[in-house]
Design a protein around this ligand. Structure first.
Ligand code: SAH
Length: 233
């Protein structure tokens, strides 16, 4: 992806115990950076084996802070720090109905599934059929059989399971797709990378009875949203 330097593809060499050490070190680093505070998100990041959501040629780089390519036209698994970066300001928690736009590898859905627990629900929409199939296989292999995976245009949301407590858009948009705001509960939150000029800002939105409150979290760099509300290039 533009703006990031991709490590070279390589045969995987690392053992499960090496990955487990790297995973724990990554979580310690995220806490030290002030990015990770919630006990539930921390537990989820310690549990989900990120290496199992990455194509074989990049598996050894699972815990490096770089987005890695996925099968499909324009898909990447986001850097490890992206997940607490999104889920902490969202306040993702037990019992939430959560909608993700851009399933990618399925890793973000797996982490969210752990956070929302048995009383919650995770729905994830992917527009690319090849990427969708990759995520589905990864999630099934990892034992996540109750994540609702939808192949379609996430800009339109997924009304069947709405309203949602929390929504995360993991591709950059020019405007927050209005159907997503419509499918959010009052008091619910949505987070999305939004293109503003030649930058992208991670924007947090809270839906109120009359309108929405917005806050910019930081600058980010994500692949563009496609579909009806796709980013203009
Ligand atoms: N959350 C992912 C990272 C996603 S990268 C992970 O954890 O791995 C962004 C993804 O959004 C890509 O897979 C891309 O194909 C998908 N995407 C882009 N536009 C979309 C749209 N309109 N609806 C659904 N998915 C979309």
């Amino acid at each position: 992806m533009q703006g990031w330097i991709l490590p070279p593809p390589a045969e995987p060499t690392k053992s499960a115990s090496t990955f487990a050490l790297e995973r724990r070190a990554k979580v310690r680093w995220l806490v030290a950076q002030g990015l990770l505070k919630s006990a539930r998100i921390k537990r989820a990041l310690l549990k989900v084996r990120r290496e199992d959501f990455i194509p074989r040629a990049y598996r050894d780089y699972a815990y490096q802070e770089v987005p890695l390519p996925l099968p499909g036209e324009q898909a990447t698994i986001s850097c490890p720090h992206s997940y607490p970066l999104f889920y902490e300001p969202l306040g993702l928690d037990a019992g939430h109905r959560f909608l993700e736009i851009g399933t990618g590898s399925g890793y973000g859905s797996a982490v969210a599934r752990e956070v929302v627990g048995s009383g919650g629900l995770v729905v994830s929409i992917e527009i690319d059929p090849v990427t969708h199939a990759f995520a589905k296989a990864n999630l099934e292999k990892a034992g996540y059989r109750d994540v609702v995976l939808v192949l379609g245009d996430g800009g339109l949301g997924y009304a069947e399971n709405s309203p949602y407590d929390r929504i995360a858009v993991t591709a950059a948009c020019d405007e927050i797709p209005p159907p997503l705001i419509a499918q959010l509960k009052i008091g619910g939150r949505l987070i999305a990378p939004k293109r503003e000029g030649d930058r992208q800002n991670l924007v947090l939105i809270e839906k109120q009875a009359h309108g929405v409150a917005r806050r910019i979290i930081c600058e980010v760099l994500y692949v563009s949203l496609r579909g009806t509300y796709g980013a203009r290039t």
